[in-house]
Design a protein around this ligand. Structure first.
Ligand code: HEC
Length: 111
């Protein structure tokens, strides 16, 4: 019985190790792909963020006005305003799983 448990635990550790290596952690993806515009804290107060008048994700009212579907759609397909691409789509660079992780990550910026 004890041996069986050890084998099971080892198997699980191996499986999660494989899963981790295929998708980058969401914090790393945010820093690499999003923070230069939206800010490390999600407030959008970067040089580019101010210029683009980005929403402040630490603001509860902003969070309430945005659905999870909109977060997924914006990140997957990008944001086009007045016929101009303001944010590029990330579907070719990040997996669906990685994009999905942004929903909880962005929600957590709310102060
Ligand atoms: C070049 C700057 C830039 C980068 C990089 C960028 N965005 Fe954006 N993003 C924008 C702009 C511009 C908007 C539209 C204005 C707004 O909603 O604040 C926007 C809007 C959004 C929205 C709001 C959609 C809505 O319906 O309100 C989400 C969510 C979002 N971005 C997530 C991300 C994520 C996740 C990343 C990284 C994978 C990212 N953005 C990278 C510029 C950027």
């Amino acid at each position: 019985m004890k041996t069986y448990t050890k084998v099971l635990v080892a198997g699980l550790a191996l499986a999660s190790g494989v899963a981790l290596s295929s998708a980058a952690p969401v914090a790393e993806n945010w820093d690499n792909h999003c923070a230069k515009c939206h800010g490390a804290d999600g407030a959008g107060q970067t040089k580019i963020g101010k210029k683009l008048k980005l929403k402040n994700y630490t603001d509860a009212a902003v969070q309430a006005a945005m659905t999870d579907e909109e977060i997924l759609k914006a990140t997957t397909e990008g944001v086009i305003i007045d016929g101009k691409e303001k944010m590029k789509p990330f579907k070719d660079e990040l997996s669906a799983e990685e994009i999905n992780d942004f929903v909880a990550y962005i929600r957590a910026f709310k102060s």
